[in-house]
Design a binder for this molecule. Structure first.
Ligand code: FES
Length: 702
């Protein structure tokens, strides 16, 4: 398939176009030789659902551009160190001196392996390349032995990280597994060699083809280097113009017609990304390298859909840093041969260059100071927005029934030490006896030595609350993570707290805090039946008229619009926690009354999976001072790019994080699988390719 639209249609229909031919099974005798030690079909790119989505979910949230940014100083320093080794020579084959070793070091480091062993890792992975492995010596037998050793080494690192997490991909997958993702150790092992292999070969090829396309025209080389923005623009055009991935095979699973061609179940097709990215129906003057091209039509350099290149954000980051450092260190950089003399590798699903001889003006090595933001690992301040996961042991020192279906637990530090400080509104993750994690708000006082939580028995839940009710007793030892807080008090002269049933829990310390500060507040406590509203009697005893109890069994349905009618003027805030139905209705009511900015909600379940039908949305591009109306059948991403926002995208299915933008106002309806629950609740950013708006208007930092 060579036409852009046909390829995109196939990529977004993985049910009809199966990925099984992408990674063939290991042939005999290797399959038998590796049995039980090396997976016979590693990597994600050759898997269909349900396994694909399940396994990809373990790594997806790691490869998000914003989170990978923390590796940039490390990559930059490694690039400088490598160039130190040859800058004085004035010439080199850039492929072997730089383009092969640097990406491998980076990928090994990101995965969590020892980057100093990257050469050995590359040689072991060379087994999979067969005759394409031009860079490592050894018979297939020797390479097979190295491959087995590599898998043993990865297993060893997996075991280490299981006990002692670090800031790397292996630790990330353990975190995801602990949070409930189903995956065997062997499946986990199978991910890393495939990811390293795919990332290494393509990254090496990308930098070589980028240089080959830029250097012959020095004006173009300089244009691509003007600043970070120009470099990012140039990269996208380079990925379009000559990607390292030429395309992928698919197996047709059912008779179908695509682009007017009848395809029969069992046939294989090749989706020619390289051709689609130069389809004249979609790209003006497609065979020219235009560094100022806008990205309204996304190229196919990384594919699209559920199988879009997982490492695309890392590839973008790496290539941007590589070009920047090469430009900075190698002056008067040029090809040492004419472009037609540069030999390309045999074209398969990838395309690359055998050797790239370059010349430059030799310079003495000036030892580069490590980038100021880079610190050795043990002192590293992670810049990722992902919460730092630190677990600690606690012991259950108290347990009482608050209502017939709510139990309160008191947790103290297992070693008798003080527990971490926290603020009103915070919650913890409680690790249950079976290893699952559940989030519970802290409902005691921050000054207490213990933590207090209340757990509602959810009969239709996933079993977490059932474990707490049935299995957790005084004296039991549990583990917790946190506390963390995304439900903080804002400065306000008056606060209304709206609780729905068990949603009272985070509000208790917030009420306590405002009472201590002398800030005026009221509580509207909604529930079905007052006997099932935890802490109600204590609240009425302590605060009397400031608490309005509204059991619907006695008083009927509460008119939420009434909240806004009764709110005093001035600096006020409404904090709400409770069932999704209540929160959604409250948000809707706030929208109707134009009071969204005063409402702060806390949710403990992912927002509805059954999304509302799309509605048109008005989006303000804050930096461009422009407003665009996006229809129900257009994605926010496409709507933004229609007016020249140039937002990057890769998967266009909410799985890669490339199209993320910051949200300044409004409440997104998150439909991606990239953001953590905390990030969704914080509403600080959204994936524009799939997510919509819970109201009618969003203000984005675009
Ligand atoms: Fe991948 Fe939007 S393009 S998440």
């Amino acid at each position: 398939m060579t036409r852009y639209d046909d390829i995109v249609e196939a990529l977004h229909d993985p049910g009809t176009f199966s990925s099984t031919p992408v990674v063939p099974e290991l042939p005999s005798p290797w399959r038998e030789r590796f049995d039980g030690r090396v997976p016979s079909r590693g990597t994600l790119i050759g898997l269909d659902n349900p396994d694909h989505d399940r396994l990809r979910a373990s790594v997806n949230t790691f490869f998000v551009p914003r989170r990978l940014a923390r590796y940039e100083p490390w990559i930059r320093d490694e690039a400088h160190r490598m160039i130190d080794g040859f800058v004085g020579d004035g010439e080199a084959d850039l492929k072997t001196a730089f383009a092969l070793p640097l990406p491998l070091k980076v990928i090994a480091h990101v995965v969590g392996l020892d980057a100093e062993r990257s050469e050995w890792i590359g040689a072991a992975l060379g087994f999979f390349l067969g005759p394409r492995d031009l860079y490592h010596s050894g018979t297939p037998e020797e390479k097979a032995e190295r491959l087995l050793e590599l898998h043993d080494y990865i297993l060893q690192v997996m075991a280490e990280r299981k006990r002692d997490r670090r800031d790397d991909l292996i630790s990330h997958v353990w975190n995801e597994r602990e949070a409930g993702l189903e995956m065997t150790d062997f499946e986990m092992l199978s991910m890393f060699p495939g990811l390293m292999l795919a990332g290494h070969e393509t990254s090496s090829n990308l930098i070589c083809t980028a240089l080959l396309n830029l250097l012959p025209d020095q004006g173009r080389w300089e244009q691509a280097q003007r600043d970070d923005a120009s470099r990012a623009e140039a990269l996208e055009e380079l990925f379009r113009f000559e990607s390292a991935i030429t395309g992928m095979k698919r197996l047709v699973t059912q008779d179908t017609v695509l682009g007017g061609v009848r395809l029969t179940a069992g046939e294989q097709v090749f989706l020619a990304y390289a051709s689609g990215s130069r389809d004249a129906a979609r790209f003006a003057h497609p065979d020219s390298l235009d560094l100022e091209r806008t990205w309204a039509v996304p190229h196919l350099g990384f594919g699209q859909g559920v199988h879009a290149c997982l490492g695309a954000p890392l590839a973008r980051l790496l290539l941007r840093v590589e070009l920047d450092v090469l430009h900075e260190r190698l002056h008067d950089l040029r090809l040492a041969v004419s472009p037609p003399e540069v030999e390309h590798t045999v074209v398969s699903e990838g395309r690359g260059i055998v050797a790239l001889p370059l010349r430059w003006t030799p310079e003495p090595v000036v030892r580069q100071e490590p980038s100021p933001t880079w610190q050795p690992a043990e002192r590293e301040e992670p810049v990722t927005t992902q919460p730092i996961v630190e677990t600690r042991a606690v012991v259950v020192t108290g347990r009482r029934a608050l209502t017939e279906d709510v139990v309160e637990l008191v947790l103290a530090a297992d070693d008798g030490d003080a527990l971490p400080a926290w603020e009103a509104g915070a919650h913890i993750d409680l690790e249950l006896p079976d290893g699952a994690l559940r989030q519970y708000s802290l409902c005691g006082r921050p000054s207490d030595r213990e933590l207090r939580i209340a757990v509602l028995l959810e009969k239709a839940g996933r079993g977490g609350s059932r474990q707490v009710h049935d299995a957790v007793r005084i004296g039991d030892r549990l583990r917790i993570r946190g506390p963390r807080n995304h439900f903080r008090l804002r400065p306000a002269s008056f606060a209304l707290f709206v609780a729905g049933g068990i949603g009272i829990t985070p509000l208790l310390p917030m009420i306590d805090e405002l009472q201590r500060r002398g800030t005026d507040w009221r509580l509207l406590f909604l529930g079905r039946d007052r006997r099932r509203m935890p802490y109600l009697d204590e609240l009425l005893d302590q605060y009397g008229h400031q608490v309005y109890a509204w059991p619907s069994a006695e008083r009927g349905r509460y008119d939420l619009d009434d909240i806004w009618r009764r709110m005093p003027a001035g600096e006020t805030a409404v904090y709400a926690c409770g069932p999704e139905q209540l929160l959604a209705a409250l948000e809707e009511s706030a929208r109707r009354n134009g009071t969204e900015n005063r409402l702060v909600v806390e949710r403990f379940a992912a927002q509805r999976v059954d999304h509302q039908p799309n509605r048109p949305v008005e989006v303000v591009l804050a930096r461009r001072r422009r407003t665009v109306t996006i229809d129900a059948d257009e994605s926010i991403l496409d709507g933004l790019n229609r007016v020249g926002a140039n937002i990057l995208s890769t998967c266009r299915e909410g799985t890669c994080g490339t199209c993320e933008v910051r949200v300044l106002e409004g409440v997104p309806e998150h439909r991606d699988s990239v953001l953590s629950l905390e990030e969704r609740l914080a509403n600080a950013s959204m994936m524009t390719c799939v997510s919509r708006c819970r109201g009618n208007r969003l203000v984005l930092d675009v």
